[in-house]
Write a protein that binds this ligand. Structure first.
Ligand code: ATP
Length: 215
């Protein structure tokens, strides 16, 4: 369960997220749309513990999120805009890093990675360096890395923006599958089809959140 309570995020004088509150229970997908610069990424980063909140708090299953390492250890997975992959590592190596950090057995890690790569249609590309992959393939690799972590919270920031319609549907299905597994999922998106598929749809504008369709 994500519990965002009166959260404000500031960068110096700029208020990127202003007094935002909502909950996302396990099993639900919330889409957050809104114009460029409205504060969607900042909201996701705050939930992920990647930026400090100036006011309010984020709780995940009762744990108050204070920083990124604690959030990650608590199963908060961020699939960042711009993918966040290490370009000089292979796709498979990128997927393995967070899993090895969890000290999972290597055969289980391998199985999980192969499943995640296959899920996004990159089963043939696991040994390619990220910098050799196309933009859309990199985006799918980033989604595979997020899915492989089996988080209790999945935060997907524009994770379908560079995909053709087939791959967009595939990634969207995977994110919904994560919710069916029991994760609470938030997707920041400019794509109306992605927003329509979600259980709830909120819009951000100049840091303020309002509902088009409540969860
Ligand atoms: N690290 C930062 N330092 C200063 N200002 C920032 C920083 N990150 C974001 N901002 C500013 O905060 C505001 C919200 O940005 P944010 O990236 O959260 O918006 P967004 O809705 O995700 O936009 P987009 O749809 O373009 O990704 C913008 O005015 C942006 O310029």
């Amino acid at each position: 369960m994500i519990n965002v309570s009166q959260v404000t995020v500031r960068y110096g004088e700029l208020t990127a997220v202003s007094d935002v509150s909502f909950t996302v229970p396990p099993g639900f997908v919330l889409a957050v749309s809104g114009p460029s610069g409205a504060g969607k990424s900042s909201l996701l980063w705050a939930i992920a513990g990647a930026v400090p909140v100036a006011k309010g708090q984020v709780e995940i299953d009762g744990l108050v999120i204070t920083d990124r390492p604690a959030a990650a250890a608590h199963g908060v997975v961020l699939i960042p805009q711009g993918n966040g992959l290490a370009r000089v590592l292979t796709a498979r190596e990128n997927l393995s890093l967070p899993l090895l950090a969890e000290r999972k057995p290597s055969d289980e890690v391998e199985r999980t990675i192969e499943q995640a790569l296959a899920g996004v249609g990159l089963e043939e590309s696991g040994d390619h360096l990220v910098e050799e992959l196309s933009g859309g393939e990199q985006q799918r690799a980033a989604v595979a890395r997020g899915i492989a972590q089996q988080g209790r919270v999945i935060l997907a920031d524009e994770s379908t923006s560079e995909l053709d319609s087939t791959n967009r549907e595939r990634v969207l299905d995977l994110l919904h599958e994560e919710a069916r597994r029991g994760a609470a999922v938030v997707i920041a998106t400019h794509d109306p089809n992605v927003a329509d598929s979600a259980d709830g749809h909120a819009v951000m504008d100049e840091g303020h959140l309002s509902w088009l369709r409540r969860l």
